[in-house]
Design a binder for this molecule. Structure first.
Ligand SMILES: C[S@@+](CC[C@H](N)C(=O)[O-])C[C@H]1O[C@@H](n2cnc3c(N)ncnc32)[C@H](O)[C@@H]1O
Length: 195
């Protein structure tokens, strides 16, 4: 049965099955490629709502101990197929409830937070804070809109400060130059560091 609730895995299964995935970059965005070139001491990274899994491979190839998690079985299978023998780095599960054995040095965000209804954002921010080691970083793409017809749901800087502060401090904030049509002029590359 079809669902319009993005809190349900079936919502995402349907879209991946129908190839209705306007958020899918089919590769690794420039800001992350640059970040990987500059950060040459690989550690442990988590990619929540990893979708097709391109960034998992990019982190793994750069030497990181990388894991993506997605609760849509169709998305997880898609990422596993893309990763081939690295498929065990794709976890099928709910970001909010999965029992990770260890914290992460980096969490990478792209089109996960903006896909969640805003009533899930406080729990997202708390989960990020809990999963990062002290000094760890939340890096990635944050959707600031404007957006007349969400989803994607836009952040404001005040809302982001409220969600992530005071435990996380914004240390980098840049325009994105290779956005997909859905996000042009509306997303920023940001790094939030845990104190
Ligand atoms: C808009 S897609 C973005 C996928 C990927 N990050 C990308 O950039 O292509 C959002 C993804 O988050 C996943 N997702 C949503 N809620 C989730 C949850 N609670 N736990 C794990 N994955 C979730 C969906 O299944 C979907 O693959």
């Amino acid at each position: 049965m079809s669902t319009s609730d993005s809190r349900e895995p079936a919502f995402w299964d349907e879209r991946y099955q129908a190839e209705k995935t306007p958020w899918d970059f089919h590769g690794v965005p420039l800001s992350l490629r640059r970040w990987l070139q500059a950060n040459t001491q690989p550690k442990r990274v988590l990619i929540p709502g990893c979708g097709s899994g391109y960034e998992i491979k990019a982190f793994l190839n750069a030497g990181w101990d990388a894991y993506g998690i997605d609760f849509s079985p169709v998305a997880a299978q898609r990422a596993q197929a893309f990763l081939g023998e690295q498929a065990p780095h794709v976890l099928l599960g709910d970001f909010y409830h999965y029992a990770f054995e260890n914290q992460f040095d980096v969490i990478y965000e792209r089109t996960f937070l903006c896909a969640l209804p805003p009533d899930r954002w406080v729990a997202y921010a708390q989960r990020i804070k809990d999963l990062l080691v002290p000094g760890g970083q939340l890096i990635g793409f944050f959707f600031y809109g404007p957006e007349d017809d969400p989803p994607p749901y836009p952040l404001t800087q005040a809302r982001a400060d409220e969600l992530f502060g005071p435990e996380l401090a914004l240390t980098q904030d840049e325009a994105v130059t290779d956005s997909l049509p859905l996000f042009v002029g509306k997303e920023r590359w940001q790094i939030w560091k845990k104190r």
